[in-house]
Every structure is written in C-alpha cells, then in structure tokens.
Design a protein around this ligand. Structure first.
Ligand code: SF4
Length: 379
C-alpha cells in the first residue's frame, strides 16, 4: 500500500509457500505471527490465548510442543481456532510427526538437528502427507557446534551457513515448502544475517529479533531491526519477540507494517506530542481513543492534533481529523475538510462514534464487493 514514489518498498522476490490458509512469500501480504506462552497441554488456556491473539490481528500463531501431551492437545487447539498453527519442535522428530498428524499447518524444526537421514525422511513424509510447511529456525543462541568451531562465534556467515545446511536436508528430500529465519538478539547480527540470506536464496523469510527484551526496549529494538529489513524489502512474515503478552507482540508487529505502509489494519492515529498551545489534553485523549478503538479492524486514519499549527495539514491526509480550538470548542474534519465542531466534554465519545460509523461503512462495502465477486465467479 504505497502512496508516493518515495514511499515505495521493493520487496525481495521470494517463492510462495502456504502456512495453512495463509500464503507466505511471493506477493502475499507480510503476515504477523506470535507465540503462545500457556502450557500447550492445557488446551483450553491455549485456545483462549490464541483467540485473544486473533482479535489483535495475528495471522499465524506458534505453539510449543515439547511433550507428547502437548501434541495430543494440539488436535483440539487446531480445531477450535481460526488461525493456522505452527508447532514449535526442538530435536524430537516424533513430536514433529505427531504435530503434523494433529493438524499443525507448519512445523518449526531444524532438520539438521533431528538425527539420521531416515528421521528427516519421516518428518518430511509426515509434512507432505498432512499438507504442512516447515520453518527452519536458526538462532544465534543455539548454533551448531561445528559452525561455532569454524567461525569462533555466532556471526552472520555462521547463521547463513547453518540455515542453508538445514535447508539442504529438506531439499535433498525434494521438499521446498519451507521458510527460514536467522534470528539473533543483536540487531546488527540479525540484520546482516538476513541480508546475506536474502541474497543467497529465494526461500521466504520469517524475520525477527529474538529475545528483544521487555515491552518498551524490545519494541524499539525490534522496530530498528525489523524496520531496516522491511524497508529494504526483506521479510515475508514476522514475529516481534517481547517479554510481554503475545497480543502485545501482534500489535507491535502491525504498527511496524502500518508505519511502512506495507499493510494497514485498524485505526492509525496521527497525533502531536502536545505543548502549551493545545486546545485539549492530547495525551489523555489519544490514550482513551487507542483503548476505545483497539477492536476496529478496518483501515482508518485519524489525526488528533492539539492546535491549528499542524491540525489542518494533518487532517488533509487522514480520513477523520480533530484539531484543538479555543474556549473548549474544536474542529472536526472529514476527508480533509472542515466539517463541524465539538466540545471537549463530548469529544472522545463523538470521535469514537465517527470512527465506528466509518468502520461499519467500510465493512459493508467490503462485503458487497465480495458478494459481487462471488456472483461474477458463479456466472
Ligand atoms: S500541533 Fe499545536 S499543540 Fe500540538 S505540539 Fe504542535 S504546536 Fe503544540
């Protein structure tokens, strides 16, 4: 979704694979992932967390499967949620086969680490039989011993060699429905590794800065790393790794894609930092609006600006605008034009009403377009 030549991002050409119903790579929209932190064996708690992630806009959710009880619970989890589920497996090839049988859409497993060629063959067969793709997930913190010995430390070359080594295990079995990640908690290392990997192959890339930290620091770090990659056209699906609830990771992932105009979901609020000129309390107003409008899925832009210095200009570029005026009366803009005024006391409720109405109109238009397309296809 680019609007001006200087806003264009040329995406790296990658092959397209499926993660259940979600396409990853090629021209498919960059998908947002997260990972549950409930015990997978507790199917109900995991289902509830996945549903909260779905509401926040997750396209794909990953679930750890460390035990046989976890892969057993996966049957119910997959049945009860809408998003495709990626089963996260380390070392245990049996868990991978069980997860494929349970309906996982994708297996996150490093084929080079699961043992003999026979075992790789069995996992690939299970993936094929059950329509699963695979993610090769290389991580600087768990690089193979032979690569650490060769390179002395986890560096970009070591990460890329590890990724291609694992990929080769799958390619030897004639399996190419996989994506790759080469994560590191160091932004420089992760970005350099992804840049090199992007040059070295055309497999779709799952990007992330691993163990990025808590909500604030991790968000900043991820935005620098993932932002650099996305801006350079690298990345087909992403996960923001925060020491915060998975819904939070999803929201941050979306904000990154929205900032780069790569995807747009929900209300994008343009707001000023506020100063002595503000006609209303901008900070508190934006806080309230963010909370009240978090459930909206339709792409809508909203400017909340404290005064006329920047208000009219920002309103020109947003669907709905609010600019602070004098004596507790503020201007509301519709599609960039002055429309009517509102008093401070009614302001939040009024803007929520306008955005909700706009979202309903957009949803009705989308439904009508879908129905028309379905009718045209049936004719
Ligand atoms: S738009 Fe107005 S209120 Fe907001 S920061 Fe700028 S001068 Fe201050």
């Amino acid at each position: 979704m680019s609007y001006r030549p200087y806003q264009q991002i040329l995406r790296r050409k990658s092959r397209e694979i499926g993660v259940g119903k979600v396409r990853v790579g090629g021209d498919a929209p960059i998908s947002v992932q997260t990972m549950t932190n409930t015990p997978t064996e507790d199917a109900q708690a995991t289902i509830e967390q996945i549903r909260r992630c779905e509401l926040a806009g997750a396209d794909i959710v990953r679930v750890s499967c460390p035990t046989e009880e976890a892969t057993a619970a996966l049957h119910e989890i997959v049945r009860e949620v809408n998003v495709p589920i990626v089963a996260d497996i380390h070392f245990h090839y049996r868990r991978a086969i069980e997860a494929a049988e349970a309906g996982a859409a994708c297996l996150r497993i490093n084929p080079g680490n699961i043992g003999s060629k026979e075992r790789v063959k069995e996992v690939v067969k299970a993936a094929r039989d059950h329509g699963c793709s695979i993610r090769i997930g290389v991580n600087a913190g768990s690089l193979e011993k032979h690569l650490l010995e060769k390179y002395g430390e986890p560096n970009p070359e070591a990460l890329v060699e590890s990724a291609l080594w694992h990929a080769d295990h799958l390619l030897q079995e004639g399996f190419d429905e996989f994506k790759i990640s080469v994560k590191a908690s160091d932004v420089f290392l992760a970005v350099a590794a992804y840049q090199q990997l992007a040059e070295a192959c055309d497999h779709p890339l799952h990007i992330g800065i691993t163990e990025a930290g808590g909500k604030r620091a991790g968000t900043v770090k991820s935005a620098i790393g993932l932002g650099s990659l996305l801006w350079a056209g690298i990345g087909d699906t992403l996960r923001v790794s925060l020491s915060a609830e998975p819904e939070e990771e999803v929201s941050v992932g979306w904000e990154m894609l929205k900032s780069l105009h790569l995807r747009h979901r929900g209300v994008k609020i343009v707001s000023c930092p506020s100063c002595a000129r503000q006609g209303f309390d901008v900070i508190r107003t934006v806080e309230k609006l963010e909370e009240r409008l978090a459930h909206i899925q339709q792409p809508i832009t909203l400017s909340i600006i404290g005064c006329v210095v920047n208000g009219p200009g920002e309103a020109l570029m947003t669907d709905i605008g609010l600019t602070g005026g004098g004596a507790g009366t503020h201007m509301v803009y519709a599609a960039g034009k002055t429309d009517h005024t509102v008093r401070t006391e009614e302001m939040v409720e009024h803007i929520v009403g306008l955005v909700t109405a706009k979202a309903e109109t957009l949803a009705a238009e989308a439904r009508a377009a879908q129905e028309a397309a379905a009718r045209a296809a049936a004719e």
